[in-house]
Ligand binder design. Structure first.
Ligand code: PLP
Length: 435
């Protein structure tokens, strides 16, 4: 995806540290070895930039790439990426012919098998397919009862030279909650499905079922390939376990600069609805990011770090902007000098985390990073090299983020636990999050 030109990309940036992505891929590869890593770069690599992320992941040893849509796979090919790519979510409008022509693997679980075969017949090129079994998630895998017949159909097409069955796969429903029994049940069903297919004569290259939480918590789920999204971006899939505890480094830092700062009396209402009122004379600072930039409107209370201090957002988050009350840290009197200072919503070590924004929004870290909109420029740095590598929208001066200590933490099994940070605050409530 291309990010459009904006007057000054430095005004608001999602800074992506490619060294963090490489570190995470290496770390996860080590954990799952001898299984290989499929780097999942759907949804523009969860907002990190699909092509840049894919390249970094491949450099660090990822063997495959994974996306939801064939159109996303085609973007990777258009950028010159030749690694194996799997796409698994299709509609009747999907361009299976282009996928076959571009050597893109296609996940199939029902009607899509015939659609892929029709395209292969037309092109006279065999399709590369991965057969998907629904082991419990209830989305698009082949139901267990139909599996044997489905495998039989695929093998008949293979005999005709219309496809090659490259893989057998499934997807976990609750691997982020390692104490739940359903993952065992899904694994058992998957093993049976693989055995049924192999008995029928399928000579697959790869079996895969684990996502990031599955890869981290279930060594018995690694098979030949693990499909890693969240972990590659340096975030934790487990409630109550931080990225650092998993040996991961968050790759995205979301920042802007304070655009206004002013002293106000007690009783000043803040933002639409005036749901927040200052309790005493204080200083308000304006952070020029809002829901059009992908910061959830409901995330009042989310943290913004300025000058080493963390301030909660007060009042409603608007389309373009949000407000922090500098008095809320007990250092009232901080005056207009913060204008122009860097304001960081989330990032890696020493900065507020994506997880804090997720709990402020009543959501999950996946959604926070994925929704950062195209209005925010993506900028790429390589903290290992200490240089700015590339920018999504043109020249930008950036200090390199210092390399975090790469403490290799044993993968371990995540403990079960409640969602950290409690519930989302009601929008506009006066409550201020603990800092
Ligand atoms: C998104 C997705 C993944 C990656 O999941 P993470 O939890 O981000 O690692 C893996 N497999 C499938 C089928 C997906 O849709």
């Amino acid at each position: 995806m291309n990010y459009p030109e904006f007057p000054s990309p430095a005004e608001r940036a999602a800074v992506i540290d490619l060294a963090a992505i490489r570190h995470n891929v290496r770390h996860l590869s080590h954990i799952v070895s001898p299984a290989r890593v499929m780097a999942v770069v759907k949804a523009d690599a969860y907002g990190h930039g699909a092509v840049q992320t894919a390249r970094a992941a491949l450099e660090a040893g990822a063997a495959w790439l994974g996306v939801a849509h064939i159109s996303e796979a085609l973007e990777l090919r258009a950028a010159g990426i030749t690694a194996p790519v799997l796409a698994w979510l299709h509609t009747h409008q999907t361009k299976f012919d282009e996928a076959i022509r571009e050597n893109i693997d296609v996940g199939v679980s029902g009607w899509d098998l015939d659609a892929v075969v029709a395209a292969a017949r037309e092109l006279e090129i065999p399709a590369r397919v991965h057969l998907k079994i629904d082991t419990g998630l209830g989305r698009n895998g082949c139901p267990e009862e139909l599996w044997e017949a489905f495998v039989g159909r695929a093998l008949a097409y293979q005999e005709e030279g219309l496809l090659r069955v490259v893989g057998i796969f499934s997807h976990f429903a609750v691997a982020d909650e390692p104490h739940r029994p359903e993952t065992d049940q899904q694994l058992e069903k998957f093993r049976i499905a693989v055995a049924v297919a192999e008995d029928a004569g399928v000579d697959r290259e790869v079996r895969h079922i684990a996502n990031t939480p599955g890869a981290l918590s279930r060594p018995d789920a690694h098979f030949d390939l693990v499909r890693i999204g969240l972990g590659m971006y340096g975030l934790s899939p487990f409630a109550g376990q931080t990225p650092a505890e998993l040996g991961l480094r968050p790759a995205m830092t979301l920042k802007t600069t304070i655009s206004a700062c002013k002293e106000v009396p007690a009783g000043q209402g803040v933002s639409y609805g005036l749901h927040y009122r200052t309790q005493e004379p204080t200083t308000l600072a304006l952070v020029p990011l809002g829901y059009a930039d992908g910061v959830p409107r409901v995330a009042t209370g989310g943290p913004v770090q300025v000058d080493g201090q963390v301030y909660p957002v007060v009042g409603r988050i608007a389309m373009d902007q949000m407000v922090i009350d500098l008095g809320r840290t007990g250092i009232a009197g901080t005056e207009d000098s913060l204008v122009g200072r860097e304001a960081v919503l989330f990032g890696g070590e020493g900065l507020p985390g994506v997880d804090e924004w997720a709990s402020a929004a009543g959501s999950i870290n996946y959604e926070i990073i994925t929704r950062i909109s195209e209005r925010v420029s993506r900028t790429y740095i390589d903290s290992a090299a200490g240089t700015a590598e590339a920018s999504g929208t043109g020249p930008i001066a950036l200090e390199a983020v210092p390399e975090a200590p790469s403490g290799e933490v044993p993968s371990g099994v995540a403990p079960s636990g409640d969602v950290p940070g409690g519930t989302a605050e009601a929008n506009g409530a006066e409550a201020v999050r603990a800092q």
